[in-house]
Design a protein around this ligand. Structure first.
Ligand code: AMP
Length: 219
């Protein structure tokens, strides 16, 4: 059963690759960003707590995120369902909480996989990214979105996330460098880190990931 953490800057393609991997490995993708956006749409208490941070491109506090960690993995263990975490952990305290929880459950993480993309490319991708209102899949339009374009997966309406606007993107990059990059050495020290080059076509990148999983005998 796969228990995977995907690491990478905003726009590194984690979410899109997680969609492919979940089919191939019969796992569930859990994107904490999608989960929080859903809570905001439902106007829940958690959504209210998260919104102001998300709008500014800042991280929702660890206390809130660690508080929902149970929601994040316990159900999957109960159902013996593999999972792919997209966007969690984002800080060292979150990573520690996750590993402690796995330890209590008597299981181990398959790996933390870094999709490595240079910063300029991340900023370029995010500035041209459009997201589907219905299924959350994304598409990049570097020369502007063509009139009438809809989601390629489900035909839903496309919108630009508030936090995909330019100033917020730069803030998210800073937040990533400060809080999330330290996770790379954290997982490296625990011998859980693997990385792949995140530049290339979508198929090239999923090919690299699947080759790596085959090599590591992840099923
Ligand atoms: P994402 O869709 O993964 O880019 O997440 C969008 C936003 O949700 C982030 O910029 C954060 O404000 C918030 N968020 C998502 N996951 C986390 C997390 N693990 N810790 C803190 N904030 C998070």
């Amino acid at each position: 059963m796969i228990r995977l953490v995907l690491l990478g800057g905003p726009g590194s393609g984690k979410g899109t690759q997680a969609d492919v991997l979940k089919e191939k490995y019969k796992a569930v993708k859990l994107s904490t960003g999608d989960l929080l956006r859903g809570e905001i749409r439902n106007d829940s208490e958690l959504g209210k707590q998260a919104k102001s941070f998300m709008d500014k491109g800042e991280l929702v506090p660890d206390s809130v995120m660690i508080g929902i960690l149970d929601k994040i993995t316990a159900d999957f263990e109960a159902k013996k369902q593999g999972y792919i975490l997209d966007g969690f952990p984002r800080t060292v305290p979150q990573a520690k909480a996750l590993l402690e929880m796995l330890d209590k459950q008597g299981v181990t993480l398959s790996m933390a996989l870094l999709i490595d993309v240079p910063e300029e490319e991340l900023v370029r991708r995010l500035s041209s990214r459009w997201t589907c209102k219905d299924c959350s899949s994304t598409v990049g339009y570097p020369d502007g979105k063509p009139e009438g374009a809809v989601c390629r997966q489900c035909g839903g309406e496309l919108y630009q996330r508030d936090d995909d606007k330019r100033e917020t993107i730069l803030n998210r990059m800073d937040v990533y460098k400060k809080n999330t990059q330290p996770l790379i050495s954290f997982f490296e020290e625990k011998a859980l880190l693997q990385q792949i080059d995140g530049l290339g076509t979508f198929e090239e990148i999923s090919g690299r990931i699947i080759d790596l999983f085959n090599k590591k005998e992840i099923k």
